[in-house]
Design a protein around this ligand. Structure first.
Ligand code: NAD
Ligand code: MG
Length: 400
């Protein structure tokens, strides 16, 4: 698909980039990398949910062709604020999000919306055959093979931005299509262990949202920060790895590595283990996925191993942190089970962040929904959306 085809001073045509979730943590890291590489990339479209002020300032800075607010009233306000910026057209709603994700003039789409809300725009980008930089792991966890097979059918290239999957991608055998499993025995997914590593379930019962979002190594949005604290983030990532690389969960080990310097490893049949290392900064995987197979500047400080000094490893604690076990059970069950796991988690995390549920209620809600709802084939979008809706109802009833 050919893009807006503006030409840089170098004579090379610019890649037009849509950033879904531009006001978030992934969005701001992406815009930083794009600004450092303005000879290669231009911002085509930016999207956000409700934060009008933040979006206005991003539009003034990056001058996109389109700005989309999911929320209609927010779009109205943004339109008024950007009256003096006629080159930026403001759109709204899920239709607007899908339109800029699938627009013929966009070359690259960064899927940086959080949660199930990212599913339809990500699918629109995939169906339009874009280079899709996948940060929104929930979309893949919900749809699994449906998303990867639609990407294949449309000729879209799915490049993982999640740091662990980006590391695995870099360490796996490279092919023209991406990666293969030739000679690979196991994937080793690293986990920081989150802010509550070493605590017991009893000690976790009354932790607060503020404590849960204070991640020791990464600065991220609130939802993924809570997921990191429960280890559900690693559970979602285990499922993400299964679908991205077509590997069964039984061939993936989770290794707790508190320093977050090794971002994941690939173990080969000859005994070799390849790892990708770097400072914990999302601009590295974003820059890698933007430019692959080339390399560009990311603004990330070089890794100083003398400063790091130690790399430690532990087994994950799935007794006090049941979410990782639940994720394995869901991916083994297959079908709509991973969509149910994801939806129940989203509802329970939102309740925890709002102060309406305890921390350990998160795994309890997910376990309840996985037990209560039937597993159906996840071979159509409707089947996935129905499982998602049922799980949200089931979780809300459990929490009430
Ligand atoms: P965030 O909360 O900082 O940002 C979320 C973005 O999504 C915002 O721009 C917001 O406007 C938008 N959004 C939220 N709800 C929406 C809705 N209903 N409709 C449309 N847009 C909506 O989140 P984040 O930390 O940037 O994470 C984004 C995604 O990337 C998540 O799926 C997360 O798991 C994944 N991810 C994030 C990191 C990280 O370091 N932040 C690392 C790996 C993967
Ligand atoms: Mg990750």
């Amino acid at each position: 698909m050919s893009g807006a085809a503006s030409v840089a001073a170098s004579g090379r045509s610019l890649q037009a980039v849509t950033v879904l979730g531009a006001t978030g943590s992934i969005g701001s890291s992406t815009l930083d990398v794009l600004a450092r590489n303005s000879a290669r990339y231009e911002v085509f479209a930016l999207t956000a949910n409700t934060r009008v002020e933040a979006m206005e300032s991003l539009c003034r800075q990056h001058r996109p062709r389109f700005a989309v607010m999911q929320d209609e009233a927010a779009a109205e306000q943004l339109r008024a604020r950007l009256a003096d910026l006629p080159q930026t057209q403001v759109m709204q709603g899920v239709e607007g999000l899908c339109r800029v994700a699938g627009d013929a003039a966009a070359d690259v789409v960064v899927a940086g919306i959080v949660g199930a809300a990212g599913l339809l725009p990500t699918l629109a980008a995939v169906d339009a055959g874009k280079r899709v930089l996948l940060a929104n792991k929930e979309a893949l966890v919900m749809t699994g093979d449906l998303l990867t097979s639609r990407a294949k059918a449309a000729g879209a290239r799915l490049l993982p931005v999640d740091s662990e999957h980006n590391a695995l991608f870099q360490c796996m055998p490279q092919t023209a299509e991406g990666t293969s499993l030739d000679g690979v025995s196991r994937l080793l997914l690293t986990a920081s262990g989150g802010p509550f590593r070493g605590r017991t379930a009893a000690q976790l019962a009354d932790v607060t949202p503020a404590q849960a979002v204070a991640h020791p190594n990464w600065s991220m949005g609130r939802k993924i920060s809570v997921d990191s604290a429960t280890l559900m983030n690693k559970g979602l990532e285990l499922i993400e790895a299964c679908f991205l690389f077509a590997v069964p969960a039984s061939r993936i080990d989770v290794v707790v590595h508190p320093q977050s310097i090794i971002h994941s490893l690939v173990s080969y049949r000859d005994g070799s283990v390849l790892a990708q290392l770097g400072n914990p900064d999302m601009r590295t995987p974003i820059a890698h996925a933007l430019a692959w197979p080339e390399r560009i500047d990311a603004g990330v400080a070089p890794l100083d191993l003398f400063e790091v000094a130690q790399l430690n490893f532990e087994r994950p604690d799935t007794v006090n942190f049941p979410c990782l076990r639940l994720a394995r059970e869901a991916v083994d069950a297959g079908g709509t089970a991973t969509a149910v796991l994801n939806a129940a988690n989203e509802v329970a995390v939102a309740a925890f962040l709002d102060g309406n549920a305890g921390f350990m209620t998160i795994p309890a809600t997910i376990e309840h929904c996985l037990g209560a709802l039937p597993v159906r084939p996840a071979d159509t979008l409707d089947a996935v959306l129905e499982a998602d809706a049922q799980a949200r109802e089931c979780a809300a009833a459990f929490l009430a």
